[in-house]
Write a protein that binds this ligand. Structure first.
Ligand SMILES: Nc1ncnc2c1ncn2[C@@H]1O[C@H](COP(=O)(O)OP(=O)(O)OP(=O)(O)O)[C@@H](O)[C@H]1O
Length: 244
């Protein structure tokens, strides 16, 4: 279980992530949605200590998270600087070894994953020799090689054409059946419908809604409701400011 308490990273008075708290349990497939600049990537990067926190704690199985615990986590970044002169197969094996797998074990998992992701024939290619969709799938193989318990994907389908996007979402759907914790950030709400079972809506650096989806509930409706509620609160605030 993951518990995030009051996570805060502020770049300025209004930009960043403010006072974010939530809990995640195995089986949660969470869509973290919000407009451009809402604070999604900041939350993820602060979660992983890539940004120094202003405040807040993250617990994994009731212990404050530390580097050793991050071994159970995998992060699929929104922008990747791909290694230049190494084949995707070797890089995937290397990534497994970095997570304490033996070379033999990492190689056999790598080959299974590359087959599963239909990249086997391309395994000796470097990233720059692959299409954008194949690059994302290769990155997913690297993310998955150590069989992490928690997978966090930041805008995984960005820059993909429609066909690759559908294919990639289908892979995530199959992954979601494995009782892991999966968090997917996106500002494309429609693509998460049918994939996630819970939404976290981020608006203006804050978590404004945390909800499991019930019978055919539409993420777009939840998003619109929470956005208008937030807007009304804003309006009330400024109203008082004007007349106080
Ligand atoms: N390293 C940084 N330095 C200063 N400001 C930053 C930095 N990173 C993000 N911000 C600001 O913090 C706010 C939240 O940005 P963030 O990247 O978290 O948004 P996002 O929800 O992930 O957006 P998008 O969907 O466009 O990726 C934005 O106003 C952004 O300009």
């Amino acid at each position: 279980m993951i518990r995030v308490e009051n996570l805060t990273k502020l770049f300025s008075e209004t930009n960043g992530a403010r006072d974010i708290s939530f809990e995640l349990v195995p089986g949660d497939i969470v869509g973290m949605v919000g407009d451009n600049g809402a604070g999604k990537s900041t939350i993820i990067k602060t979660f992983f200590n890539e940004y120094r926190r202003n405040d807040g704690k993250v617990y994994y199985n009731n212990e404050v998270i530390n580097k050793r615990k991050y071994k159970d986590f995998a992060f699929f970044p929104d922008q990747s600087i791909y290694p230049r002169n190494i084949s995707i197969e070797r890089f995937c094996i290397y990534s497994g070894c970095l997570s304490n797998m033996s070379k033999k074990e990492s190689k056999s998992t790598t080959l299974k994953l590359l087959r599963h992701l239909e990249l086997f024939e391309h395994r000796t290619k470097t990233f720059k020799e692959l299409s954008a969709g194949m690059q994302k799938k290769a990155l997913l193989a690297i993310t998955m090689v150590s069989d992490p318990e928690v997978i966090i994907l930041d805008e995984p389908t960005s820059n993909l054409d429609v066909k690759s996007r559908i294919e990639f979402l289908d892979i995530l759907k199959r992954l979601s059946e494995k009782n892991k914790i999966i968090v997917i950030t996106s500002h494309i709400i429609n693509e998460l419908q049918g994939l996630v079972n819970r939404v976290l809506i981020i608006k203006d650096s804050r978590l404004v809604l945390d909800k499991y989806l019930e019978n055919n509930e539409k993420i777009i409706d939840l998003y619109q409701q929470s956005a208008s509620k937030h807007f009304q609160l804003d309006k009330q605030g400024s109203f008082e400011d004007i007349f106080s």
